[in-house]
Design a protein around this ligand. Structure first.
Ligand code: NCD
Length: 340
């Protein structure tokens, strides 16, 4: 392995370095091999406790972390807010401390408010306890494990034996849709630009405001952590100009639950203007592949037939990759905790 892993928590990708991406990709690739064996389980995290603290609904991320922890032989606790003491007035920090007292080693946290995993990590560090916090999606902020599994899906497609971040260099990658409300887009912007991808963002101005490009340029952590500052993503307010010659297209779900203002005339109109369809996909390279983090609003951000077409769609590979990538993250954090 090229460099040591030095992170107790994985909260954001904004300061991830290329060697760190490569460690995740290489580790995930070795776990991918484990997942093809007859006995798909290794004893790596035996005796460690992983707690899934999902304060927001989730199908794939939560199940994926649960399966990843089980494949590593960890004990897993699943917290559901509906049946918890939160309804009796307990605070989130007290809930986390309860799981700490039960011997939790790693907490996987999802919350509708940005910053909750950071606050819990801060509290664990203040208490000086050896617990790793993994952000599984915080509000509109970040979703690191999703971007890492997207990176792994693309990386293994480009080089099945040796996925690495440098394979992205010069690849045209387009993220289409509700960029403003998407934590998946934010995390992907960090990883894809760190790899030198030619990154394009497309959406209606209400979901891709002009200032979004400035946010990226102004981020203080970027210059110190990337050897040469990558060019910022290009913004498009029409899908056609963005798709021309694309190698990969990531479509995002319209986050209806986060749209408190009336940002769109109608879902039908959105599909007409920004939906990924068979006609539009022809603007891309012939070998183009489509990703979607799920859940999908079929017929809104992507036409149903395109989503199901294995010649284009990587959606099920993303879900499969997710288990190997999350095994890698839990393994790297767990090993770091055991050694520090
Ligand atoms: C995403 C999420 O929850 O942020 N889904 C996921 O984790 N697979 C994207 C979304 O909800 O649209």
């Amino acid at each position: 392995m090229s460099a040591p892993w030095n992170r107790r928590h994985i909260l954001s990708l904004d300061d991830f370095t290329p060697p760190e991406y490569d460690i995740v990709l290489q580790t995930a690739n070795s776990f991918r091999e484990v997942l093809t064996r007859r006995t798909k389980r290794v004893p790596t995290l035996q005796g460690q406790v992983v707690t899934n603290l999902f304060f927001e609904p989730s199908t794939r991320t939560r199940s994926s972390f649960e399966l990843a922890a089980k494949r590593l032989s960890a004990d897993i606790l699943n917290f559901s807010p509906g049946q918890s003491s939160l309804s009796k007035g307990e605070t989130i920090l007290d809930t986390a401390k309860t799981y700490l007292a039960m011997g939790t080693d790693m907490m996987v946290i999802r919350h509708r408010e940005a910053g909750v995993p950071h606050a819990i990590a801060h509290e664990m560090d203040r208490l000086n306890v050896k617990v790793g916090i993994l952000n599984a999606g915080d509000g509109q902020h970040e979703h690191p494990s999703q971007a890492l599994l997207d990176l792994f899906t693309i990386g293994t497609l480009l080089d099945d034996q040796n996925p690495r971040i440098s394979l992205l260099k010069g690849k045209k990658i387009v993220i289409v849709g509700d960029i403003l409300h998407s934590r998946v887009a934010r995390s992907n912007i960090w990883s894809l630009t760190a790899g030198g991808a030619d990154l394009h963002l497309a959406g209606p101005p209400t979901l891709l405001p002009k200032w979004f490009g400035e946010w990226f340029k102004d981020c203080p952590s970027l210059p110190s952590n990337t050897p040469s500052v990558p060019p910022p993503p290009q913004l498009h307010w029409s899908i056609e100009s963005a798709l021309a010659g694309a190698d990969f297209v990531m479509t995002l779900r319209l986050q209806k639950e986060r749209m408190t203002d009336h940002l769109l005339p109608s879902l039908r109109e959105y599909h007409q203007q920004f939906g990924l369809t068979r006609r539009r996909i022809q603007l891309c390279k012939p070998a183009v592949k489509v990703l979607h983090p799920g859940p999908v609003n079929r017929g809104v951000e992507i036409s149903s037939d395109l989503m199901d077409d294995p010649n284009f769609s990587l959606v099920s590979q993303q879900v499969t990759s997710g288990v190997a990538v999350r095994m890698a993250l839990l393994y790297l954090m767990g090993s770091h905790l055991m050694n520090c």
